[in-house]
Ligand binder design. Structure first.
Ligand code: SAM
Length: 234
């Protein structure tokens, strides 16, 4: 009597145990797939543009133009060139600019610009751009990147974009740096705008829908709120 009972208890425990192991493995695999789709995961931080979100904005709101501040090695610009009709990307560092132009200068729908984002954006917006998705990522990032001596251009970039048109979509990278303790590379308070400064300027030409998702501050025209919210829930 005792033998079968022990066997039954053991089998039930073992059966549930293996089910939990299976569930854990499936959940890990799901997370890994998600991470590789969206970029590199470091700790709990997503690095780079959330591709699914950029794709959603491109398709849902028919946004054909992509503008990036801070080209670096042009990984994002290259990716965006497969999705958007026109890609413009701006880099302050002369050597990074030269490197990417040598490598990718022949990609027909990417235009590379060398200079500070405030100046180049101003020129581009004056010339006129279609409704665009702006990926604001120009800042000093140690190593070979430029901008060490300049204050963060973010507030000026936002003002220029909104002066040119309320209907543009804006994604700002590294939102955590405004929400949590500032990183070491920003030595003075004036090196990095506060989250409040950014929201204030985003709403200064009419209220916008702004929300942080995966280390990115999304700022969209207010009437796109429900569609974006539904996307973030999926
Ligand atoms: C984080 S990296 C950009 C990464 C790139 N956007 C991507 O998604 O792969 C930041 C870049 O901004 C550049 N940068 C810094 N200040 C800038 C400015 N005022 N205008 C344009 N580029 C700037 C740096 O040289 C660096 O290459």
């Amino acid at each position: 009597m005792g033998g079968p009972l022990i066997f039954c208890v053991f089998a039930a425990v073992f059966k549930n145990f293996s089910r939990y192991v299976l569930l854990a493995v499936v959940s890990c695999l799901k997370s890994l797939t998600e991470f590789s789709r969206e970029g590199v995961l470091m700790g709990a931080i997503y690095h780079g543009i959330p591709k699914s979100l950029a794709t959603f904005i491109r398709q849902k709101f028919n946004v054909s133009s992509f503008v990036e501040t801070g080209t670096y090695f042009a990984n994002t610009a290259l990716w965006a060139s497969g999705l958007f009709d026109e890609v413009r990307t701006i880099e302050l560092s002369d050597s990074l600019y030269k490197t990417v132009v040598e490598k990718y200068g022949n990609v027909p729908n990417i235009k590379f610009f060398n200079g500070s984002s405030q100046i180049v954006l101003n020129d581009l917006l004056r010339e006129g751009l279609p409704i665009s998705l702006f990926w604001l990522d120009a800042h000093y990032s140690r190593g070979i990147t430029a901008g060490d001596e300049l204050p963060c251009p973010l507030i000026d970039e936002i003002k220029l974009i909104l002066d040119a048109g309320y209907d543009n979509f804006i994604l700002i990278d590294d939102a955590r740096e405004m929400l949590a303790s500032p990183p070491e590379k920003f030595r003075k308070l004036s090196d990095l705008p506060t989250y409040n400064d950014v929201i204030e300027v985003l709403d200064s030409r009419g209220r916008r829908y702004s929300i942080v998702w995966r280390d990115v501050l999304i700022s969209a025209p207010y009437d796109s709120k429900e569609a974006i919210y539904d996307f973030l829930l999926t």
